[in-house]
Design a protein around this ligand. Structure first.
Ligand SMILES: Nc1nc2c(c(=O)[nH]1)N[C@H]1C(S)=C(S)[C@@H](COP(=O)(O)O)O[C@H]1N2
Ligand SMILES: [Mo]
Length: 250
């Protein structure tokens, strides 16, 4: 599986890099220098390893006294209130789209999977940061269990909060971020069950990206081959409605 992923990531990385280089590559001399096996290897490896580097992790004494909430602080829909009332016992995370084995996972099932814990800094594009300790299930584990189909290129996260007019918050990431070791489905913040304000019962932590990518109130995860046709097609609620960049790497 690891070999398969590496190959998938390499194909993605190489594809993106090569596309912009067609003009240069038409010059034979440049092409020779650029695509010599040695150079190409170094070049593609560097692009990949930058994306795979870990976000900084902090010590417990560096935790922010409070982790503020931003954006939706309570979805307040009838559907959300119904699952909240049962302590999220009736909530299920649906995993579908381009997968061989669609899943429907309860909070108890997620708790039973291996966890990762990390103290990281959250950076919101609006200009505030907070250091928090997150615990959750690596997204890679869930995706491996669901078995992505070969055509899958993006993972889309559908949230419970209606941002107005039936437009629900959503986000998406590529497979490099999806399989990054610090990308987790978090159910605890600072050693407590995730509060409603911070995204209960489950939220994404994608530590190499800005705050708006960290989707709260997760309901469904979908593997897709294109972002076209989802919302306005830009890959996320704020990408669609405020022109935020889809790739918000930090
Ligand atoms: N479902 C959902 N996810 C969301 C948001 C939101 O409004 N709804 N806001 C985003 C933004 S802009 C930020 S900075 C973080 C804030 O997370 P926090 O409320 O735990 O601080 O969540 C992100 N994820
Ligand atoms: Mo944000």
């Amino acid at each position: 599986m690891t070999a398969q992923l590496t190959r998938r990531a390499l194909i993605l990385g190489a594809g993106a890099t090569l596309a912009g280089c067609d003009a240069i590559a038409r010059n034979a001399h440049v092409r020779e220098a650029l695509f010599s096996a040695e150079n190409f290897h170094r070049w593609s490896q560097r692009a990949l390893s930058d994306r795979q580097a870990l976000a900084r992790e902090f010590r417990p004494d560096q935790l922010s006294p409070i982790f503020r909430a931003n954006g939706t602080a309570n979805p307040n829909t009838d559907a959300y209130k119904a699952i909240w009332r049962t302590g999220f016992a009736d909530w299920r995370l649906k995993v579908g789209g381009l997968v061989e084995r669609p899943l429907s996972l309860s909070l108890a099932q997620l708790h039973a999977l291996p966890h990762r814990e990390q103290i990281t800094r959250h950076d919101c594009v609006e200009g505030w940061s907070a250091i928090g300790k997150w615990r959750g299930v690596p997204l890679s584990l869930v995706l491996r269990a669901a078995r992505l189909r070969d055509r899958a290129r993006y993972i889309v996260f559908r949230c419970a909060d209606d941002m107005g007019g039936g437009r629900f918050y959503y986000e998406s990431i590529d497979l490099i971020d999806a399989f990054h070791p610090q990308t987790i489905l978090a159910f605890a913040l600072n050693d407590r069950a995730l509060s409603v304000a911070n995204g209960a019962p489950l939220r994404l932590r994608v530590e190499r990206q800005l705050g708006y990518k960290h989707a709260k109130y997760l309901m469904e995860i979908h593997a897709v081959d294109t972002l076209a046709g989802i919302g306005q097609g830009k890959g996320g609620f704020w990408e669609d409605h405020a022109g935020y960049d889809w790739y918000a790497g930090i």
